[in-house]
Design a protein around this ligand. Structure first.
Ligand code: HEC
Length: 300
């Protein structure tokens, strides 16, 4: 056999191995995607969080979050002030700890550690008012994805599922659900959002053209948002087909010349929304926080 023939054969073998490896990796990735699309990993227990803390954090921070030498204590007023909300603690711990090595742990492992450390600080990490609610699972899933938040009162974390959702809350949760790239705009064009804790998300949604303020330069963040307004926002955020020309009237209380007709039709067709059994849509009705969570959870 000549040298060049052997060379070709080796090359063929190499190409074969590379192709095989590529296919194997592709198959693995596909499987990974297929499983994660159907089931989010189960949350880990508090005990698991403690164990993970011991394994990954104890080398620098002391047991039970106490201080250790030059490393800060994780149970302190400073901690509560800076990382007192789940999303803040998660953001810091999962990106900065262990030192500049993000991705060392899996998402649900970071979740368990964050819950453990927050628990040490007496900060509740589970909603106390959704047990047995029809939207319990949906709310829990969105909370774990950090797409929604709640209220702390009397040492408890509350979701207030039956409370009307406000314009600011809905817009903020939508921006979080879709993980939109946050705007750097200070939002000074709007007179009444300076103090809102959702200012950044509101400005982001306005910049994306998903929602608009009012002509008098207000956003009215605390005003309840109606079903029609939500449909309009969703149809813009998803670029749904809002062709108004179709003749069929879907709901007897949404005539074809209703300002949100196209948006409502598109949102219902995209299965984000349902009407009521009596054939109405009730466009001006506000939405409860639980209902809004259900709508957000249906966004692809
Ligand atoms: C290699 C040492 C090291 C490890 C391991 C480590 N940390 Fe830290 N941690 C530090 C240092 C140093 C700081 C202070 C520097 C800073 O704030 O960025 C810090 C700060 C923190 C803070 C902020 C405290 C404050 O009051 O500002 C938190 C929260 C924290 N760590 C949590 C964790 C958790 C949870 C783990 C385990 C997943 C962990 N750390 C693992 C060294 C470490």
């Amino acid at each position: 056999m000549t040298n060049s023939k052997r060379y070709t054969r080796n090359r063929l073998a190499l190409a074969g191995i590379t192709t095989f490896a590529f296919l194997a990796i592709a198959a693995l990735c596909f499987r990974e995607q297929a499983t994660s699309a159907f089931s989010a990993p189960e949350p880990m227990s508090t005990a698991a969080g403690e164990e993970l803390y011991k394994q990954n954090c104890l080398s620098c921070h002391a047991a039970e979050g106490a201080g250790s030498g030059r490393y800060p204590a994780l149970v302190s007023d400073k901690f509560k002030k800076k990382y007192g909300a789940y999303d803040k603690a998660y953001a810091f711990i999962s990106t900065n700890m262990p030192e500049n090595d993000p991705g060392t742990l899996r998402e649900e492992e970071y979740e368990a550690i964050v819950n453990y450390v927050l628990g040490l600080n007496g900060i509740p990490t589970e909603f106390a008012d959704i047990g047995g609610h029809w939207a319990e699972q949906t709310i829990r899933t969105l909370w774990r994805k950090q797409a929604i938040d709640g209220y702390t009162a009397g040492g408890k974390l509350l979701f207030k599922p039956e409370q009307r959702i406000t314009r600011a809350e809905f817009v903020a949760y939508l921006v979080k659900t879709k993980q939109l790239f946050l705007s750097g705009d200070a939002g000074s064009a709007w007179t009444d959002i300076g103090k809102s804790k959702y200012k950044t998300q509101i400005v982001t949604a306005i910049d994306y053209g998903i929602v608009d303020g009012y002509p008098d330069s207000t956003f009215r963040p605390d005003q309840p948002i109606s079903r029609a307004e939500i449909a309009a926002i969703l149809s813009r955020s998803k670029a749904l087909d809002t062709d108004d020309s179709a003749p069929a009237q879907l709901f007897r209380d949404v005539p074809a010349d209703h300002w949100a007709y196209g948006a409502i039709r598109a949102s219902v067709q995209a299965r984000l929304f349902d009407g009521y059994e009596d054939g109405t849509f009730r466009p001006d009705q506000p939405m409860s926080r639980a209902e809004a969570a259900a709508v957000l959870s249906r966004l692809p």
